[in-house]
Every structure is written in structure tokens, then in C-alpha cells.
Write a protein that binds this ligand. Structure first.
Ligand code: NAD
Length: 337
């Protein structure tokens, strides 16, 4: 877009290394003249009774109104009487899909150099519905909830994403041979949506076979869509294929078109405040946010500068085997814009 209008976006710097890597994003956006005005929100030090969380109602409203945001890692404080921060965001903003592109970064050697896939995880139900109880002593039960509504919604998003990003194939990952009813319904919904997208190849892959194929030849996959638990595990597996936590971006898609991008790693308390954090994952997450907004020129420019910096190898953070600080790496990205 060549429009000069500024877009408001919510920024949660988060905890631990969060503020350091959020600062990196702000600096790169400034240098690239991205027309974003950040509305910064911080995790509070007392529980807001309206949200039962350290996140305030105002913070949630900010995302609801802007419909777009970037989030650093959040460490949920220990204690009773409040909900986990990430759970609060997921529930209150109806974040139903988690999208993670995993692709080999040129110049950063891992076991494979041709990975280019996207995992799309259903994020609200399945095995993570939080319905666990004891039946009698020594016997516990956990309910896996699969609904037609949530399955159709995530399948729709997966096909929409595939089409919008020029991808050719969607694989639904399941265990419907054993989980006949739950995964069976999930697959049925995927098939229904697939029929509306004849230009995209649809296939179904059993989760165990999927794992073997991913570690043997990840280039076989394009877009993968799956229920919550499988998505949690497979998306981390895929992040590992391309170099790990410091590099992997993600974006959460929510009700009413909300997009909340976030790095997949945590607050890294062991290196917080030491200017050692790798800002790449959050920077690439911010690129996903820009693409979501249709600011593709800015997204490409920033993306290319990050890739170039890593490929050159001169400035790499410690987690990637280098000696650069967060600020050195950030400066190098700015210089490569
Ligand atoms: P972590 O991801 O914070 O750290 C794991 C290891 O990876 C550490 O050695 C850390 O130094 C390293 N690491 C992570 N990100 C890095 C980066 N950008 N650059 C360089 N090194 C990096 O996982 P953890 O230690 O299990 O969790 C710490 C805290 O983060 C916990 O409170 C946890 O609840 C929280 N957490 C939050 C999120 C989130 O907000 N989405 C996700 C995971 C964990």
C-alpha cells in the first residue's frame, strides 16, 4: 500500500527479554518508515477483576479495536485467583487459529535446507478444553471436545491462507482411525471446506506417519491443519527443523478478523536484560502482522533485511553461534534495509 495513513496497532512488549526484542521491532519499523502507530500495553501488577487476570480490560479492548497487534512473551505470575495471561488472551479475543510458517533460512545451516511449510493449529478446544476430573480414586478422565463450528472455522482459515499465499496443498493431520468420532468430525469439516477450493490439493495424513515424513523429508509438506494437541507438538517439531525458538514467528487469528502476532519462544529469564536475546522471531512475527495488514512492500523489505543479515553471518546472536548483542544485530538489520 502506498497510503500514508497510519494504522494503530497494539504492542505488548511482555516480560523478560520481551522489552528488548520489542525495542528492536520499533527501531526497525522506524527505519523502514512503517506507517504503524503503536499503542503500548503492559501486564499489570494486580489482577483486574473484569478479566480475572493481570491483563486489564483496557489492554484487551485495545486489541479488539485495533484488530491487530504484536505480543512479546509473557510469564504468568505464580499464585491463585487469576488466569494465565496467554489463556486470557486466547479466550477473551477468541484466538482460534495459530499460524506458524517454518522455512529454511538461507545461510543458516540446519539438517534440511528446503523446508517451506506452514502449520495451522486449532487453538480453542480439542484436548486442551480444560475438562479433566477424577472419576474415582486412581481413575481420571479428560474430555477432548471437537465441534463442527470450530473445525470448520480453522479449516476455512487454512484454505483461505493457502489461497492467499499461493500455496498448493493442505494436509489435514489426524488420528481418525482410532479417534473415530472426534478426529472423524474434524476431517469431515476439512473435506467440506476443501470442496470449495478445487484449485488446492487436499490430503489427509495420520499424525504418526506425518511425524515420520516430517523428519525424513519435510519438503513433502505445504500447509498443515490440525486439532489443538497435534498442532502444539507438530508446530514445535517444525520450528526445530528450521533452527529453533529464536527464529520462529507465529500469528494468532481471532474472532472478527483479529490478528495477534507473537514469537513462539518464552521470556528467556536466563538472558533477560543482558542484551543477548535474538529478536529475529519477534521481527519475523511483525512481518506476518504487516502482511496481514496488506503492507506487503514494507513486509518484504524488512523480511529481506533480516534474511540478509543472518545469511551474511557477520552479526549473529549467541543462540545462533555468534557473538552479537541484540542491539548490534538490530543495527545490522537496519543497515540492510
Ligand atoms: P523460553 O523460550 O523462555 O526459553 C528456553 C531457552 O531458549 C532459554 O535458554 C532461553 O534463553 C532460550 N531463548 C528463548 N528465546 C530466545 C531468544 N529470542 N533469543 C535467544 N535465546 C532464546 O522457555 P521457558 O524457559 O520454558 O519459559 C520461560 C517463561 O516464558 C515461563 O514463564 C513461560 O511460562 C513463559 N512462556 C511464555 C510464552 C508466551 O508468552 N507465548 C511461551 C513460552 C513460555
Amino acid at each position: 500500500s502506498s497510503s500514508t495513513e497510519t494504522i494503530r496497532a497494539t504492542l505488548f512488549p511482555g516480560d523478560g527479554i520481551g522489552p528488548e526484542i520489542a525495542e528492536s521491532v520499533k527501531q526497525v519499523f522506524n527505519a523502514a518508515e512503517v506507517p504503524i502507530e503503536w499503542e503500548e500495553h503492559f501486564v499489570g501488577d494486580k489482577v483486574d477483576p473484569r478479566t480475572e487476570s493481570f491483563l486489564t480490560w483496557e489492554s484487551l479492548e485495545s486489541v479488539r479495536q485495533n484488530k491487530v497487534g504484536l505480543k512479546g512473551p509473557m510469564a504468568t505470575p505464580i499464585g491463585k485467583g487469576h488466569r494465565s495471561l496467554n489463556l486470557t488472551l486466547r479466550k477473551e479475543l477468541g484466538l482460534y487459529a495459530n499460524v506458524r510458517p517454518c522455512y529454511s533460512l538461507p545461510g543458516y545451516k540446519t539438517r534440511y535446507d528446503d523446508v517451506n511449510l506452514v502449520t495451522i493449529r486449532e487453538n480453542t478446544e480439542g484436548e486442551y478444553s480444560g475438562l479433566e476430573h477424577q472419576v474415582v480414586r486412581g481413575v481420571v478422565e479428560s474430555l477432548k471436545i471437537i465441534t463442527r463450528q470450530a473445525s470448520l472455522r480453522v479449516a476455512e482459515y487454512a484454505f483461505h491462507y493457502a489461497k492467499a499465499h499461493g500455496r498448493k496443498r493442505v494436509s489435514a493431520i489426524h488420528k481418525a482411525n482410532i479417534m473415530r468420532k472426534t478426529d472423524g468430525l474434524f476431517l469431515k469439516c476439512c473435506r467440506e471446506v476443501a470442496e470449495k477450493y478445487p484449485e488446492i490439493t487436499y490430503e489427509e495424513v495420520i499424525i504418526d506417519n506425518c511425524c515420520m515424513m516430517l523428519v525424513k523429508n519435510p519438503a513433502l509438506f505445504d500447509v498443515l491443519v490440525m486439532p489443538n494437541l497435534y498442532g502444539d507438538i507438530i508446530s514445535d517439531l517444525c520450528a526445530g527443523l528450521v533452527g529453533g525458538l529464536g527464529l520462529t514467528p507465529s500469528c494468532n487469528i481471532g474472532e472478527g478478523g483479529i490478528a495477534l502476532a507473537e514469537a513462539v519462544h518464552g521470556s528467556a529469564p536466563d538472558i533477560a536484560g543482558k542484551n543477548l536475546a535474538n529478536p529475529t522471531a519477534l521481527l519475523l512475527s511483525s512481518v506476518m502482522m504487516l502482511r496481514h495488514l496488506g503492507l506487503n512492500d514494507k513486509a518484504e523489505r524488512i523480511h529481506d533485511a533480516i534474511i540478509k543479515t543472518i545469511a551474511e553471518g557477520k552479526y549473529r546472536t549467541v543462540d545462533l553461534g555468534g557473538t552479537s548483542s541484540t542491539t548490534d544485530f538490530t543495527k545490522a538489520v537496519r543497515d540492510n534495509l
